[in-house]
Design a protein around this ligand. Structure first.
Ligand SMILES: [Zn+2]
Length: 227
């Protein structure tokens, strides 16, 4: 509460703008104005539609919080390419609700953000999947394991590849750091956007090749086919 007062007081002298539409924020608004927060909220999948009805080679279950549409797209673009990792806080509420629903239904030994390659990390300064996992971590029971999985090499752009080509493109991209911590365990992977699932499926394949019992994925958003 005191923090809110402090923030409001600071805001009197240093007004903040909405991260999406640049309108000036009211004192009680955070990151997004009420209108943009509502539009973003409209993209949240209802709980019974958050599960992705698709079968994967190695991933057991996949859930996504948002539909990957405007204005979520713009928000995530700014997170990744304008180095505004704090904007992910605008997604915390719905992401936490889904994460809590999943982890209360299924028992996991650890939560694993999908790693990015160290060269990308140097360029971007943070891994958005890890920032998201850190935002959720204090409210979740399974511990956050940052370094069990590492990215061996950067994955070339997947944009123009079909499903099979993507699977080949990502093969061998991940490496397990402490195999003893993998065998017989269940993991919930965290990632930003789920498109075909090739990357997350490869991460799951790598974990299962070291004996992981179950690997699920919670993605912040999933792309929606426009047909
Ligand atoms: Zn706005």
């Amino acid at each position: 509460m005191l923090r809110n007062y402090k923030e409001s007081f600071i805001r009197l002298f240093y007004p903040a703008a909405c991260a999406l539409c640049s309108e000036m924020l009211d004192l009680e608004e955070r990151i997004l104005c009420a209108g943009c927060a509502r539009t973003l909220n409209d993209l949240v999948w209802p709980l019974d539609e958050a599960w992705v009805e698709e079968r994967f080679e190695s991933l057991d279950h996949v859930w996504a919080v948002f539909a990957y549409r405007s204005p979520f797209k713009e928000l995530l673009h700014d997170v990744k390419y304008a180095r505004k990792d704090h904007l992910l806080k605008a997604c915390r509420g719905p992401a936490l609700s889904l994460a809590q629903a999943i982890t209360s239904d299924h028992a996991y030994d650890a939560i694993l953000p999908i790693p990015i390659h160290r060269l990308k990390l140097i360029k971007r300064h943070f891994n958005q999947a890890e920032v998201l996992a850190e935002l959720l971590d204090p409210e979740l029971t399974p511990p956050l394991a940052r370094s069990l999985l590492i990215k061996r090499h950067p994955i070339p752009s997947q944009t123009f590849l079909n499903h099979e080509e993507r699977a080949i493109n990502v093969y061998g991209a991940f490496k397990v750091r402490r195999p003893k911590k993998i065998a017989g365990r269940a993991f919930l992977l965290i990632d930003d956007v789920f498109t075909t699932g090739a990357t997350a499926d490869e991460a799951a394949r790598t974990l299962k090749s070291h004996g992981a019992r179950r690997v699920d994925l919670l993605a912040l958003a999933r792309t929606v086919r426009t047909s």
